[in-house]
Design a protein around this ligand. Structure first.
Ligand code: SF4
Length: 76
């Protein structure tokens, strides 16, 4: 499972970083990003994706459901 964030919709609530600070961060622009992400062809570098460790998949799925902007996306 990969995770990426659509920064154009992020509201900067910080929920994702609070839940998984090792995977998500909040930038100086108050927008969330995925740490250690790899660029996705055709998408801005800020929307890089990262492979989710198996033991964090449940927490990432929670973040995706709870994100107030619905901008955390999960891909196979
Ligand atoms: S939970 Fe959603 S809206 Fe809040 S900072 Fe993370 S990606 Fe942005």
């Amino acid at each position: 499972m990969y995770v990426r964030i659509d920064q154009s919709k992020c509201q900067g609530s910080g929920l994702c970083e609070e839940e998984l600070p090792g995977l998500f961060g909040i930038g100086e622009d108050f927008l969330a990003f995925v740490r250690n992400g790899e660029a996705v062809p055709g998408r801005p570098v800020e929307e890089a994706r990262a492979l989710v460790p198996k033991d964090q998949e449940d927490q990432v799925e929670y973040c995706a459901r709870a994100c107030p902007a619905a901008c955390i996306h999960l891909d196979d």
